[in-house]
Design a protein around this ligand. Structure first.
Ligand code: HEM
Length: 439
């Protein structure tokens, strides 16, 4: 194998590229993207930025066993996520992934699809034409509702509000801790609130698990499959492990999908041609009735809008790993302990992979060779840790997009462009303020 050309960005003495990284992390990744692999230094840490498709595959697929998760998520988010799938490593991860697989089969998805369609319509019905809304916030409420109901069915009815508020508080704490200079464990007011929120979530989720174990039976939700799952030796999940997986799915499942949809509404408000194609498809296939799970294969434009938004605005903008041993990527030696980040956002805007990369173009995902379109495209990651909720997210987003677009057009009520804010997920900075116009 030939060795990839490594770009080196040493930065300033001591702090390296810390300032530029803090000021504009995505801009930094995009500036170096054409190099494929770049070595930087963020304070004392060596950090590689990978934007080459083949090298990304080497990290995520071929040499996955040489890496563990980056410290941001695995250390800071531990009190919230425990040993859930997002943070679990090695054999424990492999076992959990196998045990969770039955929750995401096509048959289960059809059941979740019915819940998603129902909730998508119910949330759209709360929108009042003419009154400005932050559609990013509305998408967050809709996906939180859906994730709650598909994870633990009606059990959540009385607790939905408490879970929603506590999850938001806990996530804000985790996010602040990732970005903060204050050492972990310091009793700041935010940390105290975050820990209290996690304790409250624990109480509710562990109570639901106990009730469910006592009642038995399949309620069609994710929790039912988790409680029924058994290893080859007959063992299943402990209560603590069930709790960790539920927290992980709530966290991984709702904000990502909500942000994808926020970007979709922004893109549609600024791309009349895409909006017109969507209107035509919905009119032809649905003719005014609400969308169902069974309709989805006949809504390719709706899907292409999501896929193109995932390219330009990938919610999981960066996939981070830490080398667990010395390893070579593209022939470039990576020392144990170094951080390797696959910059999905920068890769997906590279001219090497996409014509006119900044243009929003549905044609990229309509017709033709689907496989060719996957080069330089990793919105759900790849390899053994590829997003387990990939199909779940697309079904959910397609149903919400169809149900809402059927009732409204959204006029952008703020100046474009909306800035990208790369927090845990890629958010539209300040939200996306729109005026709903009834159709
Ligand atoms: C548009 C929405 C979504 C995007 C863009 C997204 C993206 C990703 C990406 C890139 C990864 C890989 C992370 C890595 O390799 O470090 C991942 C992992 C994961 N996602 Fe998603 N995700 C989405 C929705 C969901 C949903 C709806 C669920 C659950 C219902 C979910 C659950 C998970 C879990 C549990 C993992 C960890 C998988 C593992 O390590 O084995 N995600 N997601």
């Amino acid at each position: 194998m030939t060795t990839a050309a490594l770009r080196v960005e040493p930065g300033l003495p001591l702090i390296g590229n810390l300032l530029e990284f803090r000021r504009d992390r995505l801009g930094f990744q995009m500036r170096v993207a054409d190099s494929g692999i770049t070595r930087t230094r963020i304070a004392w840490r060596t950090v590689y930025i990978v934007t080459d498709h083949e090298l990304a595959h080497e990290v995520l697929v071929e040499k996955d066993d040489a890496f563990i998760k980056g410290p941001g998520l695995s250390v800071v988010a531990k009190p919230l996520l425990g040993e859930g799938l997002l943070t679990a490593e090695k054999d424990f991860h492999r076992r959990s992934r196998k045990l969770l697989a039955p929750a995401f089969t096509p048959k289960r998805m059809a059941g979740y699809g019915a819940v998603m369609a129902d909730r998508a319509v119910a949330h759209a019905a709360q929108v009042r034409p003419g009154a400005m809304i932050d559609i990013a916030e509305r998408m967050m409420a809709t996906t939180l509702d859906i994730v709650g109901r598909t994870l633990f069915d009606a059990d959540l009815a009385g607790d939905a509000r408490a879970v929603g508020d506590a999850l938001t508080e806990a996530m804000e704490y985790v996010l602040a801790a990732v970005l903060s200079a204050v050492p972990l464990g310091w009793p700041t007011p935010r940390r105290k609130r975050g820990m209290a929120a996690i304790a409250q979530l624990d109480e509710i989720v562990l109570r639901i698990i106990a009730e469910r174990r006592a009642a038995g039976g399949d309620r069609g939700d994710v929790l039912s499959t988790i409680l029924a799952a058994r290893d080859d030796d007959g063992t299943g999940f402990t209560d603590r492990h069930v709790r960790d997986e539920i927290m992980t799915l709530m966290l991984a499942g709702h904000e990502t999908t909500a942000n994808l949809l926020a970007w979709v509404w922004y893109a549609l408000a600024t791309e009349p041609a895409a909006q017109a194609r969507l209107d035509a498809e919905l009119a032809e296939v649905l003719g005014g009735r609400p969308p169902t799970y069974e309709d989805l294969p006949r809504l390719p434009v709706t899907l292409a809008i999501l896929e193109e938004a995932l390219r330009l605005y990938p919610p999981a903008h960066t996939i981070a790993r830490q080398a667990d041993r010395d390893v070579a990527i593209g022939g470039v030696p990576i020392a144990k302990g170094a951080i390797v980040t696959v910059s999905v956002a920068a890769m997906q805007r590279r001219a090497a992979y996409w014509d006119e990369p900044l243009a929003f173009r549905l044609e990229r995902f309509l017709g033709g060779d689907r496989k060719a379109r996957r080069v330089g495209y990793l919105p759900f990651g790849a390899g053994p840790r590829v997003c387990i909720g990939n199909h779940f997210a697309l079904v959910e987003a397609q149903l919400i997009l169809a149900a809402w677009a059927q009732r409204f057009h959204f006029r952008l009520a703020q100046p474009a462009p909306v800035a990208l804010e790369p927090l845990m997920t890629l958010r539209p900075k300040g939200g996306v303020w729109v005026e709903p116009i009834a159709r």
